[in-house]
Design a protein around this ligand. Structure first.
Ligand code: AMP
Length: 188
């Protein structure tokens, strides 16, 4: 978890590769479908471009299907999901069905000014349609309203691991790996 620009996607990929598990990014899946022009992509595109969340039913169904794929069996790292309390409930059900509880929830913490800088830089290099200033602002609002409350939910469950997300990719990676509990594959 983390606000837009915290480095979730970058860290999810390197951490999952270190742990030998699948990185599952809902944002990447939506973007891929949007590029392909699939039905799911068409449903998601308008919400993404506006900086809003794709409706829970659409997102949940997509994640349920993805978690059922073979490469997710040994374990997985979810990037950008869950983002709403309804998604937390749905994920609880999926994990119960899979018999695979969460080991940890990593929260990447980055200062607000640094986030804007990173996002504007990414807008120049990655050509994401949702990295314009007004959409960035909307994504921050949506995060604060809908996703920040999840920090408390997972903190109360004793799963939250707070990691300082400032610094370069390798520094943050080292912090994430050091902070992960052993059951999440740390020290493998
Ligand atoms: P991300 O790449 O994680 O920043 O996601 C980009 C966009 O995809 C978000 O702004 C949402 O529009 C959509 N999205 C990604 N994950 C979710 C989710 N868990 N729930 C709803 N929408 C999502």
């Amino acid at each position: 978890m983390g606000p837009p620009g915290a480095g979730k996607g970058t860290q999810a990929e390197v951490v999952a590769s270190r742990l030998g598990i699948a990185a599952i990014s809902t944002g990447d899946i939506f973007r891929r479908h949007a590029d392909l022009g699939s039905e799911l992509g068409r449903q998601a595109q308008g919400y993404m471009d506006a900086g809003d969340y794709v409706p829970d039913e659409v997102t949940n169904a997509m994640v349920r299907e993805r978690l059922g794929e073979d490469d997710a069996r040994p374990g997985f790292l979810l990037d950008g999901y869950p983002r709403t309390t309804a998604q937390v409930d749905e994920l609880d059900g999926m994990l119960c069905d899979l018999g695979s509880p969460l080991d940890a929830v990593v929260l990447l913490e980055v200062d607000g000014e640094e986030l804007i800088d990173r996002l504007l830089k990414r807008a120049r290099t990655e050509n994401r349609t949702d990295d314009t200033e007004s959409v960035i602002r909307r994504r921050q609002e949506v995060f604060a309203e809908q996703t920040e409350p999840l920090v408390d939910v997972y903190e109360r469950r004793g799963l939250l691991v707070r990691v300082d997300g400032e610094g370069d990719v390798d520094e943050v990676l080292a912090r994430v790996l050091a902070a992960l509990p052993e059951r999440a594959g740390n020290g493998r």
